[in-house]
Design a protein around this ligand. Structure first.
Ligand code: HGY
Ligand code: MN
Ligand code: MN
Ligand code: MN
Length: 413
């Protein structure tokens, strides 16, 4: 795989990661830049200024996806790098941000080296990848790849009662770039990301060669029971919405353990009303996040949960409403690109391991449409969606250098 041996400027990349991490910085450490908040706007403005300083052509679409492009020597489909800069509310410096800033660094290195590739090369950040404020996750990349409907996404109401469109206008990022026909206009899509799990760190491996992303099923359940006196109501006379929620929490945990190690299940959000010590809850709202790299198994898990909820409704005399928040099938990445990541890691003397992604990523929206793959670098102790998320500057540089080689390999093809 001989090609010109360029290396990125590791200090510059590290400085940008730290600078972006100042935006939405939390008092006790960590970052919170929930999608379309003022903090997200400030993060966007900062990254956009870096893109503009490089003289890249900027396009902003109707849901606020930002794509910055370095023109190629020829008018060919674009080689794209991307990820997200919105974060969960207990974030670190790297989830999403690394992929965007490493992509910017790759382009800056090409410009500095006087290399104008045959294909245009772009770096993008997509709106609302996390989905914590507005479900589903990967909303921006879903609209960009037309997997999600624009109007429905813009009308989505978030956990704080605001709509995507309202908040997009409020931060001034509702653009008018034409819809991209990804299958025609994108030659390949690469995403560098922290693993967010323990495998690379535990096994002391430099590069994760990602073969695909598991399927995701997010649902919200609302249980209506009857509030009643905690002291006078006999146990068998209760329509206890809180008890139903608690039983589902343990059920999905047991279900995942029974389908281990592939199945994951999480009840991440839970609200009880009236939420008082001496009142039987008449209302419970909670979310269930199910994941599996097998679509068949994910469907099985969803069916088992649905049957159990029916049984609970009957048993406890409650009504249970379900709202689907997100549903993405597992995807496999492009074998040729996967091999190239493995080869470039080896050429750079880096150890690597093939693996599936536990977390959802923008890349899974591109995989059905164009050659797509991801590169992982280790997360210390496997921690992410946590203010202590950490990847060393050297590991960051390793990932960015493999990204540079892999992108150049396609962009010069
Ligand atoms: O939920 C996820 O996997 C991603 O971080 N949005
Ligand atoms: Mn991410
Ligand atoms: Mn995330
Ligand atoms: Mn992601």
């Amino acid at each position: 795989m001989e090609q010109v041996k360029l290396t990125i400027d590791a200090e510059r990349l590290q400085a940008r990661l730290l600078a972006l991490g100042e935006v939405g910085a939390l008092a006790g450490g960590g970052v919170s830049r929930l999608a379309l908040t003022e903090a997200d706007k400030q993060g966007r403005d900062l990254v956009l200024s870096w893109m503009q300083q490089l003289g890249l052509t900027i396009s902003i679409d109707a849901i606020g996806n930002v794509v910055a492009t370095l023109a190629g020597r020829e008018d060919l489909p674009t080689v794209m790098m991307g990820s997200h800069i919105d974060t969960v509310s207990t974030a670190g410096l790297y989830d999403g941000n690394l992929g965007v800033l490493a992509g910017l660094e790759v382009i800056e290195t090409l410009i500095e080296s006087g290399i104008q590739p045959r294909h245009p090369v772009a770096v993008a950040f997509f709106t609302n990848e996390e989905g914590s404020r507005f479900a589903p996750d990967m909303m921006g990349s879903g609209v960009y790849t037309q997997a999600l409907d624009l109007a429905t996404s813009l009308a989505t109401i978030g956990i704080d009662g605001k709509s995507v469109e309202q908040e997009l206008n409020a931060i001034g990022y509702k653009g008018d770039a034409p819809v991209c026909d990804v299958a025609k206009q994108v030659a390949a899509y690469f995403e560098l990301h922290v693993e967010q799990g323990p495998v690379l760190d535990e096994e002391n491996i430099d590069i994760g060669v990602v073969e695909g992303v598991q399927g995701i099923s997010w649902s919200e359940y609302t249980v209506h029971g009857t509030s009643n006196h905690a002291g006078t109501t006999p146990m068998n006379y209760r329509q206890d919405a809180g008890l139903v929620a608690a039983k589902v929490m343990t059920f999905v945990n047991q279900l995942a353990l029974s389908m281990a190690p592939q199945q994951h299940a999480t009840v991440g959000a839970l609200e009880l009303q009236p939420n008082l010590v001496n009142v039987i809850p008449n209302f419970a709202r909670f979310t269930v996040d199910l994941r599996n790299c097998s679509e068949q198994k994910l469907l099985e898990a969803e069916a088992e949960l649905a049957a159990y909820l029916e049984q609970l409704a009957e048993q406890h005399g409650v009504s249970i409403e379900k709202r689907v928040l997100a549903r993405f099938q597992p995807v496999d990445f492009n074998p040729r690109l996967i091999d190239s990541i493995e080869n470039f890691a080896k050429d750079s003397g880096l150890s690597s391991k093939r693996m599936f992604s536990g977390a959802g990523h923008d890349a899974q929206m591109f995989a059905p449409l164009c050659p797509t793959t991801m590169i992982f670098v280790p997360s210390k102790d496997g921690i992410s969606h946590n203010i202590n998320e950490y990847t060393s500057p050297e590991q960051v540089a390793n990932g960015a250098n493999v990204l540079l080689q892999a992108v150049l390999n396609i962009a010069e093809y």
